[in-house]
Write a protein that binds this ligand. Structure first.
Ligand SMILES: [Zn+2]
Length: 448
């Protein structure tokens, strides 16, 4: 059903106080009249009965179209707890929602856009790809002013996108349904299983396969004035066969790594074979301990793999902080662990990607801490803590391992989040400190 409550609103103009109806959820089958009110935003409009001024009210709502089987959850500056509550109230009949499209949006404009796309029977993932193609063809001088692109509508065998700029006139970009259909044919997409943001910058998460024979050809069909920067954009759209976007970051990592190895070649290696064995022993000992903690949580599914890159990054970090060259760790220990574990190529690649992610945190980036709900005061200035929080993000939401900052938000109930923090993260912090102490003891023993 559609749920609503009344809240007192004080008119900012005349001070008059009156009740305003807030729709916590909108079910278009039960209340078809509300669909239009969302689309023209009147659902969010407060009109003062005294002075007749009107204001838009920000509130969170869940839009549910049972007939077309989609839900769009618009969250308006909500604390995560509320998101979890909505999730609990509406989501845990997952069987019913199995074939649903579940989306999350953070602006009303995006909410309306998603509704229009689904009502027109289109795939929003493909529409996001179309937007990407459209951007390619915007001339450089206009690109700077580009604000946003929205789906506008479908008619006469054409799909129209609204291209919005800052300070200059908006434009419409049109593409034929045939081109859209071709994309649908060539690109295999997958639906997120939980409420997710599906936007241009994260569509690679929802693409399984991109079989486009000739991207250039498609681009020429896309609407637009010029065709600059094709090459550059191409990289964002081209996909590997396995559906993962080739990121520049991998290459960067490889380059850096090679540089390090080259530069450090003449440095003394700190470790004897005995030392290497001891490092591996430390990693393996703590692997077992971390795994034990991870197994206490039902929501963690990827710990067996993820603990290794985390522990490797930490040992590298702590030894480096003791001013000792760690090239040997990257050169010998990492490959040796990969060998022992008999990891396939994908797993080895994933391992290197994680090491790179932890490196980025150590170099100054900030973790998302998505499970924290903003209510704990962890000291995140310390590099090892930043790594632990990042590690927590990956355990909490495995999507984070692919595209850390853009991974869709995975929702669990309030209790799952709290349990995750209390039963997993806090014990892991304690264990991390012990691990650090043991590593430092090892370093000391090497000095002697
Ligand atoms: Zn008023």
């Amino acid at each position: 059903m559609s749920k609503n409550i009344f809240e007192k609103i004080k008119c900012p103009n005349c001070g008059n106080q009156e009740d305003f109806r807030i729709w916590e959820s909108v079910n278009t089958e039960l209340n078809p009249e509300l669909a239009q009110k969302v689309k023209d935003r009147s659902l969010f409009k407060f009109v003062c009965s005294k002075c007749k001024n009107d204001y838009e009210i920000e509130y969170t709502t869940l839009y549910h179209d049972p007939k077309l089987r989609f839900m769009v959850y618009y969250f308006s500056n909500e604390p995560k707890d509320n998101i979890n509550t909505i999730q609990r109230n509406h989501l845990f009949s997952t069987d019913v929602l199995k074939d649903y499209k579940l989306r999350m949006v953070d602006t009303k404009q995006k909410l309306i856009e998603k509704i229009k796309i689904f009502e027109d029977g289109l795939d929003d993932i493909i529409i996001e790809i179309l937007k990407g193609l459209c951007i390619i063809n915007i001339p450089a001088e206009k690109k700077e002013a580009l604000k946003a692109i929205y789906y506008y509508g479908k008619e006469d065998e054409k799909i129209t996108l609204l291209v919005m700029y800052n300070g200059i006139q908006n434009e419409y970009a049109r593409v034929s349904i045939k081109e859209y259909d071709n994309l649908v044919k060539d690109i295999e997409t997958k639906q997120p299983k939980v409420f997710s943001l599906v936007e241009s910058n994260n569509i690679s998460n929802y693409i399984i396969k991109d079989n486009r024979p000739d991207n250039e050809k498609i681009k020429e069909e896309t609407p637009s004035p010029t065709k600059e920067n094709k090459q550059e954009e191409n990289e964002n759209i081209d996909n590997d066969e396995d559906g993962e976007v080739d990121s520049d970051e991998d290459e960067e990592f490889d380059d850096e790594d090679e540089d390090n190895i080259a530069n450090d070649e003449d440095d003394d290696l700190i470790m004897s074979n005995d030392g290497e064995a001891k490092i591996k022993e430390l990693i393996n000992t703590y692997y077992t301990k971390f795994l034990e903690i991870a197994r206490k949580s039902d929501i963690i599914t990827n710990a067996e793999f993820e603990i290794y890159p985390f522990l490797c990054s930490i040992i590298d970090l702590i030894i480096e902080q003791a001013n000792i060259n760690t090239t040997v760790i990257r050169e010998h220990i990492y490959p040796s662990i990969m060998n022992e574990k008999k990891w396939n190529e994908n797993q080895q690649k994933a391992f290197n990607e994680r090491i790179y992610l932890y490196d980025e945190m150590i170099m100054g980036k900030n973790p998302r801490a998505i499970w924290l709900n903003g209510n704990t005061n962890l000291n995140m200035k310390e590099e090892k803590m930043k790594c632990l929080v990042t590690f927590g993000d990956i355990l909490y939401n495995p999507e984070c391992s692919k595209d850390y900052y853009n991974a869709p938000i995975r929702l669990y109930g309030v209790f799952e989040s709290i349990n995750f923090t209390n039963q997993v993260i806090f014990p892991m912090i304690e264990l991390l400190n012990k691990y650090t102490t043991d590593i430092l003891n090892f370093v000391d023993s090497q000095d002697e």
